[in-house]
Design a protein around this ligand. Structure first.
Ligand code: ARG
Length: 575
């Protein structure tokens, strides 16, 4: 169905036309002055110049056309020519009732031309535990993906694991020195290799930082790690077999963490999955003159005259014969184009990788790997999670906080908070713990997602887990309470009917807020910014709270009124 805003826009556009002006001036927006109207139209001001008329005069002419319209209860011309429009109460209620009748979609249309969108998020790395920084890409990416789907697009989420870089060679070298007798390191061994992994995830996580530090400080180790990386990439059997174990134990561990967050990927591909595409891609890039040799490395120049900041060339093959992060990303675009022919690829990746994506996108468009007219490549970057000191969040001893510990911390805090207010005190322990888990996760997710993605934010566990204010627990509480009203009503035999004309300003505010849902979703999608959904949920909870305090739904003597309020509660729950 058309949203209220769309319907109103049509009415106002028609009024402009009837008064002798072009329909384009009939654009409406939510009113900035709710005391004057629900929506406003600034078209009279915009029309003044082309029509060489006084905007107030235009406004008056349009207002005259709108007067008496059955869906509009008041037209108010303010200031220089702002039209403020009050919607008829019956119309508002009827629109909310249409939402009520469609509990799945709440009357929100699906896209007229559905797109295929790949969301590249998660970005976990083999052998490295997920840390606090990974929470943003997981949550923002998952939200965007779900939003795409709800709006009728086809969305595919790919974790794009980091599984092909120097860190792999570093670990191989470290393990070779620890366990020289394992068959993986014997170049003359022809297999088969053991099916069981020689290393657990815990050991892998312990080995990685040591291996990485050694390779940084010792040039001999570094050279060995570079060689091992190149050999792995070129298919040395023992290294591939060992590497496959790293990947398998890592994925099993990652899945656990992502399941906790209710984040799910359709594709568990990684950098390594495009290795076979790299030789033909490089061939093509050389042939069409895009890839050139520079100081022993194969690079692609992507800088352009008008760049404010000079973009360094994209490294395709290093002088050590290894392919890098940019090469695999470029080949992945190629692969995605071939397999999905997507309309857009959204990269939900840290803002510190902006240069990298500029380089890769430039290279893709320049070389024709991506066609600018058909494929949008976007880096939907995000800022850092900071500690109270405004610096990237660290553990007490200065280390990086593992995501697992971060989640546990939130849950423990939620448990503590619940104990403080005596919440669920009479529940069995297991159930109380489960509630704490849900509250803790809500605190974490909302605390993260409510921040616009491009900014940094301070992780404040006390504030995030509070039951008051703009927090996950507050929203969860509001939802639970609304459901409990419906449940108690049902127990008493009171059932929802249809949403009726608002009986108070408080109720009207709830109804109007509900009607903002379609545009809120559109806006969040268009700007790739899930925080708008958080804001919306919070403001809906706030107006509903006011309504709830004003009216005693369960003890309302007028049965019709009560049934209509219950219908409203139901829409709120679904929204
Ligand atoms: N693994 C990368 C990292 O830790 C993130 C991957 C993001 N996705 C991509 N296509 N580059 O930084």
């Amino acid at each position: 169905m058309d949203s209220v805003k769309q319907q109103l826009q049509e009415i106002v556009s028609a009024a402009f036309v009837a008064a002798g002006y072009s329909a384009e001036y009939g654009e409406v927006a939510l009113s900035q002055r709710p005391e004057l109207g629900d929506f406003q139209c600034n078209g009279a001001l915009a029309a003044a110049r082309p029509y060489k008329q006084n905007p107030r005069q235009i406004g008056e002419a349009v207002a005259k056309q709108l007067e008496g319209h059955p869906l509009i209860s008041g037209v108010n011309l303010a200031g220089a020519g702002f039209l403020n429009l009050r919607l008829a109460g019956g119309f508002v209620a009827q629109m909310v009732q249409q939402m009520a009748a469609d509990s799945e979609r709440l009357g929100v249309n699906t896209a007229a031309s559905p797109q295929t969108i790949i969301v590249d998020y998660g970005g976990a790395n083999v052998a490295k535990p997920l840390h606090v920084g990974h929470v943003r890409t997981a949550l923002i990416g998952e939200s965007l993906k779900r939003l795409c789907r709800f709006l009728g697009h086809q969305a595919v989420g790919d974790i794009h694991m980091g599984d092909w870089g120097l860190q792999m060679g570093q670990i191989i070298v470290e393990l070779a020195s620890r366990y020289p007798d394992l068959p993986y390191f014997d170049a003359s061994y022809t297999g088969p290799y053991p099916a069981e992994s020689p290393i657990t995830i815990a050991e892998l996580e312990e080995v990685y930082p040591i291996a990485s530090a050694k390779s940084k400080s010792d040039p001999v180790v570094k050279a060995a790690a570079q060689l091992a990386t190149t050999e792995l990439q070129n298919g040395r059997a023992g290294y591939r077999a060992l590497w496959q174990h790293f990947v398998n134990v890592s994925i099993a561990d990652l899945k656990k963490n992502y399941d906790t967050l209710d984040v799910h990927f359709e594709l568990w591909l990684g950098e390594s999955d495009v290795q076979h595409l790299i030789p033909p891609m490089l061939e093509m890039l050389k042939e069409n003159g895009h890839a050139v040799m520079s100081e022993g490395a194969l690079v692609m120049y992507v800088a352009e005259e008008e760049d404010k900041k000079k973009l360094p060339p994209l490294m395709l093959v290093t002088s050590q014969e290894a392919v890098g992060y940019g090469t695999t990303d470029l080949a992945t675009i190629w692969q995605r184009v071939q397999e999905y022919d997507p309309d857009a690829i959204l990269y939900v990746v840290d803002g510190r990788q902006q240069d990298h994506f500029h380089q890769v996108f430039r290279a893709a468009y320049k070389s024709g790997i991506a066609d600018k007219a058909k494929l949008t490549l976007e880096h939907n970057y995000f800022g850092t999670v900071n500690g109270p000191d405004g610096k990237p969040f660290k553990t007490r001893d200065g280390g990086t906080l593992k995501l697992e510990d971060f989640i546990d911390m939130m849950i423990a805090k939620a448990y503590e908070r619940m104990a403080e207010i005596g919440a669920a005190a009479d529940y069995p322990e297991a159930e109380r713990a489960e509630i704490a888990r849900q509250v803790g996760l809500a605190a974490l997710k909302f605390g993260d997602l409510v921040n616009h993605r491009t900014g940094d934010y301070i992780f404040d566990i006390e504030r995030f887990s509070s039951f008051e204010g703009r927090t996950g627990p507050y929203l969860l509480y509001a939802a639970v309470r609304t459901r409990s009203i419906l449940r108690k009503a049902a127990e008493l035999g009171f059932l929802p009917s249809e949403v009726g004309t608002a009986a108070s300003d408080e109720e009207r505010d709830v109804q109007l807020k509900l009607l903002e849902l379609p545009e809120t979703l559109q806006h969040a999608f268009a700007t790739r910014a899930p925080n708008h959904l958080c804001e919306y949920a919070f403001s809906l909870a706030t107006v509903f709270n006011r309504f709830y305090r004003q009216h005693h739904i369960l003890t309302e003597p007028n049965a019709d009124q009560q049934a209509s309020w219950l219908a409203l509660c139901q829409v709120v729950v679904h929204a």
